[in-house]
Design a protein around this ligand. Sequence first.
Ligand SMILES: Nc1ncnc2c1ncn2[C@@H]1O[C@H](COP(=O)(O)OP(=O)(O)OP(=O)(O)O)[C@@H](O)[C@H]1O
Length: 773
Amino acid sequence: MEMSQQQSNEEQGYIKGEIVNTIFNNEAEHFSIVKIKVQETNEDFKEKEIVAKGYFSNLHEQTTYYFYGEFERHVRFGTQYKVSSYKTIIPDTKDGLVAYLSSDLFYGIGEKTAERIVGYLGETAISKILNDSNVLKDVPGLKKETAERLAASLKENQGFEHVAVYLSNYGVGLKMAQNVYQKYKEEAIEILEKDPYQYVFDIEGFGFRTADEIARQNGLSLTHPNRIGAGCIYVLQRSIQEGHVFLPMDLCVDQVMGLLAVHPAEQSIITDRLEELNTEKKLIIYEGNVYLPTLYYAEDGFASNLKRIITKPLEEETSLAEMLKITGQIEEAEVLSYGKEQFSAINQSLHSKIMILTGGPGTGKTTVIKGILKAYAAIHQVSLDPKDYESKSDYPFILTAPTGRAAKRLNESTGLPALTIHRLLGWNGSNGFDKDEQEQLSGKILIVDEFSMVDIWLANSLFKAIPDDMQVLLVGDEDQLPSVGPGQVLSDLLKSNLLPLVSLSEVYRQKEGSKIIQLAHEIKNDTCSAGSLANDKDFSFIACFEHHMIHVITSIYKKALDKGLDARDIQVLAPMYRSQAGITMINKELQQLINPKTKRRREIKFNDVTYRVGDKVIQLVNQPEDGVYNGDIGEIAAIFKEDENKENVEQLVITFEDREVVYVRKDYVNFTHAYCISIHKSQGSEFPIVILPVVSTYNRMLRKNLLYTAITRSKESLIICGEEQAFLRGIQTKDTNKRFTSLKEQLTERLQGISLTEMKEPEEQEISPYDFM
Ligand SMILES: Nc1ncnc2c1ncn2[C@@H]1O[C@H](COP(=O)(O)OP(=O)(O)OP(=O)(O)O)[C@@H](O)[C@H]1O
């Protein structure tokens, strides 16, 4: 497999040549474009010079390389050589070697030192040093540090090229080779030959099929334990994307058999290997279900922390009479009268260690949260104003939500500080959270909004950090989409029927004449029909087919802008990226309408998408070090060219609500256009005006909880455009994608016999708050 120094790879096309100069270099991505003086080639190419481009590490001018690759015709730049791997040619003459060692590849070595090294070690100096760097010790007058640095740089340069050439034989490109080399350094090839599957788990984006192909070529048998083991783990990892916490044994075995094309007669190879992996603690088999350890322990940890908190009783109880008096005073101050469910929610949450509050839009969840906070403050005679506390840790109220926008909304509606869960727990990247079982949160009452979006990992991290004596209120809408990450924590808690629960069903906002809320509740209660789609003050349905969708959406936008509405208040939500009426297409057209190309506005191209200053964009991943989170929406504020900043790299600046974040090219994948965003990404956010395209080509995406989530994002106005039948079919289609989770069972097992749902409610309605006023 391995190729000797200076030998070209016969099957691959190559150009041997010296680098004349560098035309372009992006350091962050290790991407360069260079001009080469051709010395030799097996390609059909007669010119003396060629421009080559590729992902290089440490390429140097005046150095000769073998470049392996293929020609590419560029409309503007003509013929270029697209390099897929390369290696330095180490000179084999004394003069050549001296020039090579004294080049700027090796820091601190001048011509004189190079001459001494070559004089002492001869023409094979490089391979001698690579073999054993101790040979440098005897070179007269060579400082120890210089010798060490030389050996290390040689190893690094040679090492990377070696790995790149090796991987290119399997069609793995230079960019991936960089990732591999960064992770394993000189051990890369050894690991690959021993167990290529390790790459799949350690290196993001390294495909299972590629590893399998390498294994095959290295002679690993189809039933090799590494292959079967990797197949098992890979299948479990893949299942996380569908939200599963485990896979039932049979299904897991079936999927591994499918992936590895193992004959059903040999099924026992898989079941045996699963048992072994269980013994090695690489996965966990519990009651016939197969888990990745992180997920098993997340469920286990969440359940045991929940038990720990809920079984520690409240220090003092407030009498019903006292509660009625206090809520009566709040009602008077707020000029409203709590409904029966609302009063029950306030009363019960203040009498429970952990309680769940659910309800659709406009049922008064926020009103109740405010009531709880005020009632708590009145009962305990504490201030709600953070300024009245000497230190942050004395403040008794913690308000949090899984996304930045949801936290901001909670802050705006209550007037109190609210943080994302990540920020509350002090996310510090790969090391996890600052707050945990050792250093818990300080406060008396914790309110978590939008709890349906919290996955089992985050729920576990949050509950670890909750001290025994804290009261917890989990607020959510169970009809919305489940969390993007694994698990369905809210729905499992509700199914377990173990925790005190108040469901708000009476709609208050509808009384103010909102068709949006009415529609949401009709969908929730399965009573929505064609008649429900009649136009109203805040709602319209525009019938159109897929091929007219773009035109319809842009017309709505134009009209809105003509009326003087702010484009930022309008949000298009769609279920999928592809299709004529998909997110990608809608974004492209809306960008052209709202933020068109002009001479003065800078733009760059990335993966075939043009980003322009002024574009509306959405963050796709959590980037806690910069304070931006998945789902945050911002605007491109500036684009800087390489020579315009001291880092010498292209930079793109996005302004989010309260901060500016600088991105370099390798991070551009972390955002995308946001004129239209996916319904999944819109969870936890609200927008004044929502445009919702619904066509039958969205097909299997059209589900009740998806459409319900989309509709409930709109605050003032909702415009659905598309096919009525597709919409009506969608809201009748329940999500049948069952998530495999075992939280309900874990909780039942732990909390059996402990009475937690006991209600302390007024005995019917004979007494009312007014009786106490
Ligand atoms: N008991 C009540 N009497 C009168 N108005 C009420 C009552 N409860 C809630 N409202 C009003 O109904 C509207 C919706 O209430 P609120 O915002 O608390 O609901 P929500 O469930 O948080 O809604 P969403 O999830 O849509 O934000 C508000 O304008 C609120 O003032």
